[in-house]
Design a protein. Structure first.
Length: 424
């Protein structure tokens, strides 16, 4: 039976993860859960609900430890779930508001907001990995911290820890179009990077329904209209079904205008949702995950995270969409590029599944471009180099103007200085 460590356990997402552990308690047996967070208030509120959920589910023998100490949490762990937000929601709000002052997109995982989140997060995750090498050298890290793909790029290339990056979005992204086409199961090609991904093929009985729709089957294309909030014309033009986050690239001007005119940023809305959830969590009669948690955006996190860990534990070669080394799966990227795609996962880690339909000109070139940005973002986060940072931002299609990017970068560097010690 295993010890599970949750770094960032004060997150209101944590009951999702606990629910996943409960649902798979027979396949994935747990003896101890270490709840680590530097925010004692949130850790204790969320942790108390986690304990009640476990007891309510009959998992009375599971030891639950509350701690603010990395070493106590990590010692002897078998799996480490990382879900940290360096600087908390106040930092996210700055990531959203400051870019808007400069006419840039304000978003927590893409554009310059996501860039600064990466700069803050990567050094902390690397420090956690250093502790893991000392205290639980055989443990697996499953990282849910955003930007998940860029963080995986950093950790897989610059640490020796066994880790996989994870996002909950691919589950819904893959299921919905299959259902829209009237099927219950199908083989899907999922191509790209975290929050910059596409479904390029939906196959069943040797028939590729998606490519058939794109290449002229109007009836099939009509069934896909509106998938991930994109109409059939967008799907046909780009040559695949884009991730929801591609709205930031494909509809930049309208997305930016909505942000400028919104009463609150998403981060400010999340502050209210989080406090409401924390208030709910204090109810001692609450012993299950509340329905209101779905408003926070973590749907299917439990299924994604715990099923992935179970595949490693049981060595079942289950297919998961994860962030890991490409290793030939996407032919126009390097083998050591970290990508988000399907992989068979077992005790030895992940083996990516080569895609049959890699995508056309738009898909290939936008992925190549953003991958180049991600590589430089990791380099800037580790080295603390302003020049490399600006180089990365100039490559990113959302921040490509030198004067604008420089001005915004300088302001955000000051705003986040407490969390960016590498930039001196």
């Amino acid at each position: 039976m295993m010890k599970i460590c949750i770094i960032g356990s004060g997150s209101t997402y944590t009951p999702e993860l606990i629910e996943g552990l409960i649902n798979r308690k027979d396949e994935f047996p747990v003896r101890e859960i270490a709840l680590m967070d530097i925010d004692a208030r949130k850790r204790d509120i969320v942790g108390a609900l986690a304990e009640r959920m476990l007891r309510h589910a009959g998992m009375d023998t599971v030891k639950v430890v509350f701690t603010a100490d990395y070493k106590e949490a990590l010692e002897g762990a078998d799996f480490v779930f990382a879900q940290i937000r360096v600087g908390g929601l106040p930092a996210r709000i700055l990531d959203e508001k400051i870019p808007l002052k400069h006419g840039l997109l304000g978003q927590e995982t893409t554009g310059i907001g996501g860039f600064f989140k990466a700069l803050r997060t990567i050094p902390v995750l690397m420090k956690i990995c250093e502790h893991m090498k000392e205290l639980c050298p055989n443990a697996w890290m499953i990282n849910f911290s955003n930007p998940s793909g860029i963080c995986a790029e950093a950790l897989l290339k610059h640490t020796d820890v066994k880790m996989l990056g994870l996002c909950n979005a691919p589950l819904g992204m893959m299921r919905n179009p299959i259902k829209a086409l009237g099927m219950s199961v199908a083989d899907v090609d999922y191509v790209g990077l975290n929050h910059l991904s596409f479904i390029t093929s939906i196959r069943h009985n040797k028939r590729d329904y998606l490519q058939e729709a794109i290449n002229g089957n109007a009836a099939l294309l009509a069934k896909l209209d509106g998938q991930m909030n994109f109409d059939k014309n967008v799907i046909k033009t780009v040559g695949g079904i884009p991730s929801y986050y591609l709205q930031n690239f494909l509809f930049l001007e309208s997305t930016l205008q909505k942000q400028k005119t919104a009463e609150k940023t998403r981060g400010e809305i999340c502050v209210g949702i989080e406090e409401e959830l924390l208030s709910l969590y204090t109810d001692e009669n609450l012993k299950v995950k509340p329905e209101q948690l779905s408003q926070r955006g973590g749907a299917m996190y439990s299924e994604a995270a715990v099923s992935l860990a179970e595949s490693i534990y049981t060595d079942n070669d289950g297919i998961h969409v994860i962030n890991t080394f490409n290793n030939g799966a996407i032919p126009y990227l390097e083998d050591d590029d970290v990508v988000e795609t399907c992989a068979a996962v077992g005790a030895q880690g992940a083996k990516t599944v080569p895609v049959t339909e890699p995508g056309g000109e738009y898909i290939q070139n936008i992925i190549r471009t953003v991958k180049a940005y991600e590589r430089l973002t990791v380099k800037a986060a580790i080295e603390g180099s302003r020049e490399v940072a600006l180089r990365a931002l100039l490559i990113n299609p959302l921040t490509g103007d030198y004067e604008t990017a420089s001005a915004c970068f300088n302001e955000m560097l000051v705003a986040h200085k407490d969390y960016l010690p590498q930039f001196v």
